[in-house]
Design a protein around this ligand. Structure first.
Ligand SMILES: *Cc1c(COP(=O)(O)O)cnc(C)c1O
Ligand code: SF4
Length: 370
């Protein structure tokens, strides 16, 4: 299937590669979903009902990565097209904000859960709304949408009086969709705080809108180093030549890129897909940093994968691919209890004089410690 030919047949390359054209021409809301449905020849009536609760928009570029008309089987379609299940039967463990981010928010837009680092929610706006997003609750909250001058001052004052915070993770929403002046102002304000050593930007732009990574943007980011970009690839089909070129532009500005994925049922919950995702990330010099167990956020239950399955796959990964390809597999525990590593240890028993290990090949090995 070639969705670009079906939906945007006369758009020249230059326009297709213009990120503002992509944002303007997103399919969104009821009209967009109906248009997509009739193009794919599918009934979207159940999916439409979801839009009363959760918004929807997707870039032409990202939608065009769909290979199959069967939305619920396609790894891109499944991530970005609303499913009736989002408002279906829910679980007692699900909540709009299981990480209690609001509870840990000393200033609006700032989450301070760990001693040395904070998350700053710079905007509620995204290029495409991922159906598994753990901040679905912020999509419709206009107060999150723009971090005004005055709110930014409150953030800055808070950080100035908490000098043990050394890292700010700018997230959202997608901070790289803010206007350039706004990104510059935000990063400069953070940089002017002497105790802030590191900036990190969480963005899905390289995946859903790689043309946003312009030379201008890279120049702006370069001025704010040390800065890390953390992006969000979930499936090998997302690593296109456009995405690869965008990543390379960031890297050429002297900015390292790492990736966090979410383990998602029907998208990447099998060994070969994960393995290929991590190896292809390494091949474009993006370090797989985290694989997240899907948070128990309301409206995402159809994506949850049993924890045991994830642990088994990640155990098998160790030793089967280079260590650079193996991310930390973690769960963000509910009630804001923090991230927990989901490792099964190779260390079976640790005494004073000897230790017993199960090797990556499942051999039992005893080693002397003195
Ligand atoms: C994940 C997270 C961070 C960053 O943690 P790292 O382990 O450094 O990636 C910071 N604050 C909050 C609230 C988080 O959820
Ligand atoms: S880009 Fe990030 S914040 Fe935006 S919808 Fe996707 S996961 Fe959520």
């Amino acid at each position: 299937m070639n969705l670009r030919k079906l939906l945007w047949p006369d758009i020249p390359e230059s326009q297709w590669n213009d990120w503002q054209w992509q944002v303007k021409n997103r399919l969104q809301g009821k009209d967009g979903l109906e248009r997509l449905g009739s193009t794919l020849g599918i009934d979207v009536s159940r999916r439409l009902r979801v839009l009363n609760r959760y918004k929807w928009a997707a870039t032409p570029y990202y939608l065009n990565l769909m290979a199959s008309r069967d939305v619920s089987l396609d790894p891109v379609g499944r991530q970005v097209i609303p499913s009736g299940k989002e408002t279906g039967v829910t679980s007692s463990s699900a909540s709009p904000d299981p990480l209690k981010e609001r509870h840990y928010s000393p200033v609006r837009g700032l989450i301070h859960r760990y001693r040395d680092r904070v998350v700053l929610l710079a905007t509620g706006f995204c290029a495409s709304y991922c159906r598994h997003c753990n901040r679905k609750r912020t999509w419709n909250r206009p107060e999150c949408v723009i971090l005004s001058e005055e709110k930014l001052k409150l953030v800055r004052d808070y950080l100035l009086s908490n000098p043990h915070v050394r890292e700010v993770l700018v997230s959202g929403g997608d901070p790289l969709l803010l206007p350039m002046e706004h990104i510059a102002r935000l990063l400069e304000a953070l940089r002017s705080i002497p105790s802030i050593e590191i900036l990190r930007i969480g963005t899905r732009v390289p995946v859903v809108l790689p043309m946003r990574i312009t030379e201008d943007l890279c120049r702006l980011l370069k001025r704010q180093r040390p800065i890390w970009i953390n992006t969000h690839f979930n499936h090998p089909v997302e690593i296109t030549k456009e995405a690869k070129a965008a990543i390379e532009r960031i890297q050429l500005a002297g900015i390292p890129v790492s990736n966090q994925s979410v383990l998602l049922r029907g998208i990447n919950d099998n060994y070969d897909t994960l393995r290929s995702l991590f190896c292809r990330l390494q091949a474009i010099m993006v370090r797989p940093y985290y694989l997240f167990q899907c948070d128990h956020v309301s409206g995402t239950r159809h994506f949850w994968v049993p924890m045991k399955k994830g642990i088994r796959m990640m155990d098998r990964m160790w030793g089967d691919v280079g260590g650079m390809c193996v991310p930390n597999f973690v769960a963000d525990l509910s009630e804001g209890s923090g991230k927990a590593r989901l490792l099964s240890s190779h260390l079976i028993e640790l005494g004073r004089k000897e230790a017993i290990f199960a090797t990556f090949e499942k051999k039992i090995v005893k080693i002397k410690l003195e």
